[in-house]
Design a protein around this ligand. Sequence first.
Ligand code: GLA
Length: 731
Amino acid sequence: MPIRYFDDKRIFKLDTSGSSYIFKIGRAGYVMGLYYGKRLTDHDVDYLTVREGHDSTVPLSADVDDDWRFSPDTMQAEYPAYGTGDFRISALRIKSGGVGVTDCRYISHRIYEGKSDPCGMPHTRAGADDADTLELVCRDVTGAVITLYYTAYRRHPVIVRRARIANSSALPMTIERAYSASVDFTHPEFSLLHLWGCWARERKPERRRLGHGITTISSSRGASSHYHNPFAALLSPDCGEETGEAYGFSLVYSGNFSIDAEVDAFGLTRIMCGINPDGFSWKLDSGESFDTPEAVLVYSDSGEGGMSRAYHRFWRDHLLAKKWQGEPRPIVVNNWEGTYFDFDADRLVSIAKAAADLGLDMLVVDDGWFGVRNSDRCSLGDWVCNERKLPGGIGRLAERVNALGIKLGLWFEPEMASRDSDLFRAHPDWCIRTNGRGMSIARHQYVLDLSRAEVRDYIFDSLSAILSTANVEYVKWDFNRNLTEYSRADLPDDRQGELFHRYVLGLYELLDRITASFPDVLLEGCASGGGRYDPGMLYYFPQYWTSDDTDPIERLSIQYGTSICYPACTMSCHVSASPNHQTGRQTALKTRADTAMAGIFGYELDTARLTDAERAEIKAQVEEYRASRHIVTDGDLYRLIRPETITHGGVVCAWEYVTEDKSEAIFTYVCERTVIAPVSFVRLRGLDPDRIYTDVQSGVRYRGDTLMNAGLNLSGGRRDGESVRIRFIAD
Ligand code: GLA
């Protein structure tokens, strides 16, 4: 049983495959953290609660005022509340009768096999033999009942947390902050790792030493966004790629979020993650309840690499839709960079024909097939095929493409309406707006208000009309702008703060309906590239368009940053034309393919306009990817050299995937910028030291221990942008 309660000391101990999480019920029902870290045996850790050395500025609890060492302001709190003696950032603030003073004291608990899920939100999955759950019921004097959920996984170093707040009083109350999880650590010396970015430059890792005060990573854009990802980790001072401790915090949520870390004057570090309280409030009438999204906590004592591998395995096994777990994805050609809006049925069919010859699986028809859309200025929302471009509609196009042995995928941007669209002309009130204010515009479009059921019904019906009549086997679901001027005239004043969360709940409800009605359609997420790449979306979209930047050199750091939390089987990566459309950089076709083969592989160019030499090279690439993709998508990732690292071999980047049984591996090395007379040995990781590994292409044989300790010899003057990809098979 991974979760146990020791009645004598009132201690809970949650053991996962590699970590222990321990807390206790203290005097007057305070829920006090004791330890989170490497797995411990069952010895007494009660002594950890004693914290001495405060003065009169630190208040004592009204219920425990006979012990000067016991203060809410210095204890490790499991779910710190606002206004009752803990002056640090709080996870919970509920207003009752206009007053925000809140407390959270233990009442009861229950422990059971398996897990329970939050209402209406994407969540991690667990069967009875995967995990145990603890429900800890707490209460405030106002009648707010706070249930904290902890699920400990047996085969992953993972704890999933969330909270439910219920109003058991007769009067309404308003939640102003309700985080999913909060953890207090007894060390002040952590660094915070997080992923920042912007369009075409997503998920750049940044590590910064936490100082005293509060550090916040957040979004208030209505989406998790390009700018910050709902993920952060605390790193021990000695944490590197494969050594030291890393604590990951990832939120299964796609809207406004906040991850806050605070170092206090007494040497504690608090970290919490949840819905961004800025602009948020939620009214609970008597008898109602509210669920927070889930937070997924990972502990690693093998550095950032160990943390990433733990997240990768966990998302693959317990987040992605069952149907797509371990399922090879189609190798697509997407026409966006090949044609932009300039296509008709014959041009698409010629691309599909060439794709069939290259061995590809699917043509994805991107933006421009509907309404009168020949530029990004119009027609979003008018999801009716433009028969001047595609006579006979999508159904006819699917038939023509299918006859070539190629499947059809289709782009939608369902959450939007163009200013110039029939939808906006008919229902201007369906777009997010505030009466009396102008509507900010981005890419000539507005956001539809998904908090409204009639809007969701319209979107569902529009997509269904296509998906149920044409053989479309894949949908690329795009989202190209953020939410502004959000209010609803038909909601009372005290519910306006609910809108951003209601939008996200509406989106999830819509996606639940679509995935239930079209379970065989593969959904790929996109938000101007990777602008909403988060676990909430991955629950519905087993793969995500990583970035609009397809330059392989730029992709090195984007894919590296993405891999910090997300597995290769979610990372959609395409080979595009050279010079690259975003950067103008020229690169070899081999480098573009070697980089894109680090994820879900495909092409984003006009396959009908290739030279004979390119065609031959692409055929070989597709064959190689088919033969080796399971190593990438189901294997363990080892990041060997971080991108933009200056070594004696130039500015280089290298990574490796190894199957779980260590029988196959793929090593990839890209020289971003060369130096004269380079020497470069790269040591591999994760192999079996005693097995012989053969380089499939050259036939050269190595022992695992030699590859891991002496390394591969990569000297030999690689030029800017040249790459090496080696597949190894063990005897
Ligand atoms: C966004 C996406 C691109 C492409 C275009 C089409 O920018 O990120 O991949 O689909 O929209 O307009």
